[in-house]
Design a protein. Structure first.
Length: 373
RNA sequence: GUAGCCGUAGCUCAAUUGGUAGAGCCCCGCAUUGUGGUUGCGGUUGUUGUGGGUUCGAGUCCCAUCGGUUACC
């Protein structure tokens, strides 16, 4: 993988860049749609290509449990299994251990956890996570990290960031001593932890330096902390991480969060919000965020979004989409998901355009004034 | 025709020996940030089939009536 900064904004930390993997070329800042189970729910690869998706996210934890690593390997790896020829980033499973299962035990060696599918016990170590991700064959491999909740004690926070540093070293060493299984390159992204504690974050950045190979991730944010310290932390890292590395803010976020983070130097994003909320009727339109299930759309014959690049949005009324959601029809979910992904991609396009044009700060100010959370 | 059982929110049903009619689903809002089409929070909804009676007080007991259902003739 190769990351090249293309254009730097004069008035902020924002920049555009190009991320090249053996599978695709990605313009940054980029939003990566989430396909936890190897599919962006209800959307086909061809539809994703049509939206200009160059990279999608998938998940080690889920794919390991089902269908299982061996089955994916027998299918020729994740790219072949999914029939997806662009890039894939796999999350390491560290976050799922934190978010999906409260019944787990974290030792210095790794994490014992219970499957959410059948209750069986499993043990993940940095090495296991790397082995699985090597077999999956993703282009970007995330280091196995320990993501503590925002309300944890200072002691736990320190333990989490220390363990994450140590686990990253082990992951790095594993990859160094094990040959890749496919003919394309796989790149490890270390994950910085440390919550909203400045010293912990800076210590993490420092300790991760030997393991960076073009990109690094900011983890442990948007886990319940307040917005202000969250963006202060992003700002701190935007200033501290070398500008030669792609910076990936994990799990963020709302469109406004993305704009604010790009201002602070972030290049890569992923978030379940546009796709998950689509399934619950929340649509990101050029006129703002709406919940199509609201009664006010019952008889609203206006188009879903006349400015969307999704044809469905220009073919159907809000009234019809609401009706599709009411009868729990798959098509409603597909339409909402496509529109939301397109909205996020349009936003990223706009962001890149404004940065290249040196108008990003002014544009973002206007955008943030018009879009209040 | 006779006997029994049942009628409670839009739906499925709760409600001690008579003591302020509730719950789930639906519906209506809000939330959702490295995804379980998820989950959480809040809200609306009743002449307890109808009409009488007993009682301080009736969804509950009594009478009548209407509707449903089962068994028997």
């Amino acid at each position: 993988m190769k990351f090249t900064v293309q254009s730097k904004d004069k008035n902020s930390l924002a920049r555009t860049g190009i991320l090249e993997t053996d599978h695709s070329t990605i313009n940054t800042p980029v939003f990566m749609p989430v396909g936890t189970h190897g599919v962006v729910k209800s959307i086909s690869p061809n539809e994703l290509y049509d939206l200009d998706t160059n990279i999608m996210l998938s998940n080690t934890y889920h794919l390991y449990l089902r269908p299982g690593t061996d089955i994916i390997q027998e299918n020729g790896g994740l790219h072949q299994f999914l029939n997806w020829s662009n890039s894939i980033l796999t999350d390491s499973g560290g976050y799922q251990v934190f978010s999906l299962n409260k019944m787990n035990k974290i030792t210095d060696d790794g994490v014992h956890f219970k499957s959410h599918l059948d209750g069986s016990m499993h043990f993940f170590t940095p090495e296991v996570s790397m082995e699985v991700q090597q077999k999956l064959g993703s282009d970007i491999i995330m280091a196995f990290d320990y993501c503590p909740p925002a309300d944890c004690s200072k002691k736990e926070l320190k333990r989490a960031s220390d363990l994450t540093c140590e686990w990253t070293k082990r992951a790095y060493n594993y990859l160094k001593t094990h040959d890749r299984l496919y003919d394309h390159q796989q790149t490890l992204f270390p994950i910085i932890q440390g919550g909203i504690n400045k010293d912990e974050r800076l210590k993490c950045v420092d300790q991760m330096l030997p393991f960076i190979d073009g990109g690094i991730a900011i983890g442990g944010l948007s886990v319940g902390e307040k917005k202000e310290p969250m963006f202060d932390t992003v700002q701190l890292l935007g200033e501290s991480i070398s500008e030669d590395y792609a910076r990936y803010l994990m799990g963020v976020g709302k469109p406004t969060d993305i704009v604010k983070s790009v201002l602070r130097g972030v290049d890569m994003f992923d978030c379940v919000l546009p796709t998950r909320n689509a399934r619950n009727g929340q649509i990101f339109t050029s006129d703002g965020i709406i919940n199509i299930l609201n009664n006010q759309y019952k008889n609203d014959t206006s188009l879903i979004d006349k400015n969307s690049r999704i044809q469905f949005a220009k073919d159907y009324s809000k009234s019809y989409l609401r009706y599709l959601f009411q009868i729990n029809e798959i098509l409603g979910i597909r339409i909402a998901t496509l529109i939301n992904i397109a909205y996020y991609f349009d936003l990223m396009n706009q962001i890149r355009f404004e940065i290249n044009n040196d108008t990003f700060v002014k544009w973002s100010k206007d955008y943030l004034e018009q879009h209040i959370d």
